[in-house]
Design a binder for this molecule. Sequence first.
Ligand SMILES: Nc1ncnc2c1ncn2[C@@H]1O[C@H](COP(=O)(O)OP(=O)(O)OP(=O)(O)O)[C@@H](O)[C@H]1O
Ligand SMILES: [Mg+2]
Length: 305
Amino acid sequence: MCCGVWITAIAATIQLIAAIGKGRVGLVGWTRCDSPNGMTAAPPLIAFAHVGKSFDGGRGATPVVAVNDVSLDVAAGELLAIVGGSGSGKTTLLRLANRLIEADSGSITIDGEDVRKIDPIPLRRRIGYVFQSGGLFPHMSVADNIGITPRLLGLSAAEIASRVDELLDLVRLDRTQHRDRLPHELSGGQRQRVGVARALAARPRIVLMDEPFGALDPLTRDALGDDFRDLHRKLGLTTIMITHDMTEAILLADRIAVMRGGKLLAQGTPAELSSSDDPYVGELLRTPRRQAERLNVLLPRDGAA
Ligand SMILES: Nc1ncnc2c1ncn2[C@@H]1O[C@H](COP(=O)(O)OP(=O)(O)OP(=O)(O)O)[C@@H](O)[C@H]1O
Ligand SMILES: [Mg+2]
């Protein structure tokens, strides 16, 4: 990964974690939920209503409209994937939800409360965030990276150690082998697991993940995706996950939101999206379809694997 990307990811982590640290109160426990979510009738846990966000283009350039009148509901217990090309506004939408940046127009509610009326510190404590490009502190061990938020929230050393071990188990990293390593001593997949563990450290109900499984080999990506899907169910989380990979979105998410040029083009289950008459949505779905058809032909059904 290039230096600039590292620095951007870490700066974002510092901004988020420093803000959480100002709170310093106890943690609430996870509500474990082993049953499948009953999404249909429940009011949305996260609701974006006509949200807009522009950025100053700098030096007299025209402003960039990053998010343009987006309305999107996410039900409690739902795993929603956001897909779309580079620069379509996915990360901006996610950052608006926990007030890393503020919307110019529209409203975002969490559990019915307008996020502008919630102190950003308790708000971010309720929301785990997995950064695009990881964002682990390179000079800190795995245990210190995962334990940073519990430490800032005032947990004792013993409580933090046991929380770190619990999280390492959750993301299936061997405690003794990994807790004292530095991020550069881990594989990409292991680093991504640490990023997920850190996001879960304050036992949030909501997790926002920005391309959490990017840049991994297909097998590791598949395994991590499945593991996260299990965690999402087991912990009763509500998750928004950004991905560039439509196949990953179809396989992991309950619903998919498609963004383009700051606009929400379509949203729905994979089956609902497949009947969309939007040409861009059709194009996005063509690749997994074509791959599935080719795989069916190329891989004999009675093969060894
Ligand atoms: N802080 C900022 N200042 C100026 N422009 C910004 C800023 N953040 C994002 N943008 C612009 O807003 C648009 C949307 O950016 P965003 O990061 O949300 O895209 P994205 O869909 O996450 O893209 P990618 O898939 O490449 O991560 C882009 O044109 C980007 O250049
Ligand atoms: Mg992005």
